[in-house]
Design a protein around this ligand. Structure first.
Ligand code: AMP
Ligand code: GLY
Length: 423
């Protein structure tokens, strides 16, 4: 089989390594991939949003199955276009990807179908937004409507901070068209949980839960990033919480999308907050999370390609999906200065990895046989162990054995989860 994976980050590296385990796979093309992914796939210099070039490539190579991983190509209809030339895909069509691409859409969906989420209002007029902030006060959360690389959210502690965020987005053009419409919502409190799920539009199979660490610095300080590390499973996600989420959130969401004529097939990601009034949706993503995927897939026992094809073919109900009874931790090594300003081109030397260890490459290029950093997040160092405590210390041991002069990582990935377990 010839597979195509659209994307080129750590998440895609994890997907490719898992897909490769299926013996029927002859070749995996990564568009564009990166210098580290090149060890596991054939990287082709086609950008993840260049839909016509992706479709043309798939047709030329006779690709049998495609996995579209990032949000942008999904929102642009990459799956629709590939299906139109007869290539089956993993990932939602454009009309379903809107669940991530527009926060106004997803918030209104939740309101219409009674899915628990923070109370909110949507604004296209800055004056009306300011008046609303004055009326309800702080803390309050301001979100750009469209895709903003996970950075379009301000949790404002004061009315002034909230208004500044509105001004930046609606008048200052921050996030471009994505910020012309803003969603303003109530600030929720509680532990956060990420749940990725497989769904074929009928059945929902949640994967093992995880916890992201979005801030750049220890103790959740510094700016928001794409994610500095993850652990799985998330200790706050008890079987009782899981059961409630399935009943109140997961199945209602999939049914709501069907009722809207936007059947969702692929990986539906639930970003949840466990409030004192129960679990509530913070956000939906229409794709695998990054770096959640890097801890979830190493715990997947079942063959990934088999599950993905069952999703595409609508046969998820009759497919067993099993996870290891173990724990995983991913420590991200990023370029110094990320997410604000950083330099590329520093050499990286990776250690040998044994069983239960993976280094997924997120941002690097290969030049004259050398791996050079190229991007904000550069590596994801992952360990799987029987307990979370062991997984965390093994992931740090792995990260510390990488030679990468310009790299930095948070030193407290997994601390919150371990504290919760100790209680
Ligand atoms: P998002 O991009 O929507 O996932 O938001 C980024 C982060 O902002 C989330 O992971 C939360 O930590 C925080 N956040 C988003 N919405 C809320 C909310 N309504 N209340 C409190 N925190 C929030
Ligand atoms: N780690 C969060 C995301 O992928 O959006």
């Amino acid at each position: 089989m010839k597979l195509l994976v659209v994307g080129g980050g750590g998440r895609e590296h994890a997907l490719i390594k898992a897909l490769k385990k299926n013996p029927a796979v002859d070749v995996i093309y990564a568009l564009p991939g990166n210098g580290g992914i090149a060890a596991d796939a054939e990287c082709v210099a086609i950008g993840a949003t260049d839909i016509p070039a992706i479709v043309d490539f798939a047709a030329r190579k006779g690709v049998d199955y495609a996995v579209v991983a990032p949000d942008d190509p999904l929102a642009l209809g990459c799956v629709d276009e590939l299906e139109a030339i007869g290539v089956p895909c993993f990932g939602p069509r454009r009309d379903a990807a809107v669940i991530e691409a527009s926060k106004a859409f997803s918030k209104n969906l939740m309101k219409k179908y009674g899915i628990p989420t923070a109370r909110f209002e949507t604004f296209t007029d800055p004056q009306a937004a300011m008046a609303y902030i004055d009326r309800v006060g702080a803390p309050i959360v301001i979100k750009a409507d469209g895709l903003a690389l996970g950075k379009g959210v301000t949790v404002a502690a004061t009315v002034e901070e909230a208004k500044d965020a509105v001004r930046d987005m609606m008048e200052g053009g921050k996030f471009g068209a994505s910020g012309k419409t803003v969603v303003i919502e109530e600030a929720l409190e509680g532990p956060e949980v990420s749940v990725l799920s497989f769904t074929d539009g009928k059945t929902v199979v949640p994967m093992v839960s995880s916890m992201d660490h979005k801030r750049a610095l220890d103790n959740d300080q510094g700016p928001n990033t794409g994610g500095m590390g993850t652990v799985a499973p998330n200790p706050y996600y008890t079987p009782e919480v899981a059961e409630r989420c399935m009943r109140e959130i997961f199945l209602p969401t999939v049914r709501a999308m069907n009722a809207e004529g936007r059947t969702f097939k692929g990986c539906l990601y639930f970003g949840l907050m466990l409030t004192k009034d129960g679990p509530k949706v913070i956000e939906y993503n229409c794709r695998f999370g990054d770096p959640e995927t890097q801890v979830v897939l190493p715990l997947l026992k079942t063959d990934l390609l088999t599950v993905m094809r069952a999703v595409t073919e609508g046969k998820l109900a009759s497919t067993q999906v099993e996870f290891l009874d173990a724990a995983a931790c991913c420590v991200v090594l990023a370029s110094r200065g990320y997410p604000v300003k950083y330099e590329n081109g520093f050499p990286i030397t990776l250690p040998e990895t044994g069983p239960g260890r993976e280094i997924y490459v997120a941002g690097a290029e290969r030049k004259d046989g050398k791996l050079l950093s190229h991007g904000g997040r550069v590596l994801g160092c992952v360990a799987v162990e029987d307990t979370l405590e062991r997984a965390v210390s093994a992931a740090y041991e792995l990260a510390d054995s990488v030679e990468f002069e310009n790299g930095f990582c948070r030193r407290d990935i997994g601390k919150r989860a371990l504290d919760a377990l100790a209680k």
